[in-house]
Ligand binder design. Structure first.
Ligand SMILES: [Fe+2]
Length: 286
């Protein structure tokens, strides 16, 4: 087994079969995951049960509340888009589950059916985003925290993604995202803006454009300006981005606490079917 860092962030793990990992190989994979934030495998021949078994080595599975599930394996969420559907799931920079008090550790995404072209996933390193922040921006977020929410995405509100996209469960929707009533019951958490990563001990920037709502203890205007400055830093930090091109048999596993991702929606008229398993995480400290 070989672990090779790739451009921007992440590591590709080769000469390995995730179905038959020794304990030593698995330990090395866990270390690579903590250090690089996202790990990539190629040419893996896996069934749904292989996918579940691999994910379970990292921890308990989080059964997704909002995504349609695989008909036979509720642990597997479907991240799908059919040729006649317009909107995709995850089509902007974000990290999953920051709207939870104990955000999920990460996800293992397996490519099941790919478009002929397009459908790449972008990743960004929140370790490197934090390290490269200008000192004045670091000073502005020192000791601060922010409120996160999933209601405006998954809830019933008129502007939510659930209501406005064709992924939602409504008259023009396809039901790829559902359970909006559960979104309404979420209690929005407050997380430090800079976290100490629970696996690596490194500092990571922990706000994201999809789910972070406002910074605590400053005015709404100041909060918007500061979040915008932080996001611009990440959007333009091309040296800590990686564009992952999916192939049959590809698997990516990302860490929600140290990366962002963005599923590009540039394959209209084609089918893309991915299977996602998400692993439970923990509360995050400064
Ligand atoms: Fe996502």
């Amino acid at each position: 087994m070989q672990i090779t860092a790739v451009e921007g962030l992440g590591a590709e793990i080769t000469d390995v079969d995730i179905k038959s990992l020794s304990d030593a190989e698995f330990a090395a994979i866990e270390d690579a995951f903590a250090e690089h934030g996202v790990i990539f495998f190629r040419d893996q021949d896996t069934t749904e049960t292989d996918h579940i078994a691999f994910a379970e080595r990292f921890g308990d599975i989080n059964v997704n509340r909002f995504f349609a599930a695989h008909p036979d394996y509720p642990q597997i969420a479907l991240v799908a888009k059919e040729p006649d559907q317009k909107d995709n799931i995850g089509g902007g920079w974000h990290t999953d589950h920051s709207y939870d008090h104990e955000p999920a550790l990460g996800s293992v995404l397996v490519a099941r059916e790919l478009p002929e072209s397009g459908g790449d996933t972008m990743f960004a390193s929140m370790y490197k985003a934090y390290e490269s922040l200008p000192d004045d921006l670091k000073a502005r977020i020192e000791g601060r925290s922010a409120i996160h929410s999933g209601k405006h995405i998954f809830g019933e509100g008129p502007d939510s993604y659930y209501k406005t996209s064709d992924a939602g469960e409504h008259d023009e929707g396809t039901g790829r995202i559902g359970n909006a009533d559960v979104a309404a019951t979420l209690v929005d958490p407050e997380h430090p803006i800079v976290i100490t990563h629970p696996l690596s001990g490194k500092k990571a920037l922990y706000v994201n454009p999809a789910f972070t709502r406002e910074i605590v203890g400053i005015s709404k205007e100041e909060s918007e300006e500061l979040l915008s400055d932080l996001y611009t830093h990440v959007f333009t930090g091309h040296d800590f981005h990686h564009r992952f091109k999916w192939e049959p048999g590809s698997i990516a596993m990302w860490d929600n606490r140290s990366t962002w991702h963005w599923a590009l929606n540039d394959y209209q008229g084609q089918r893309r079917i991915m299977h996602r398993i998400t692993i439970e995480g923990c509360a995050l400290d400064a």
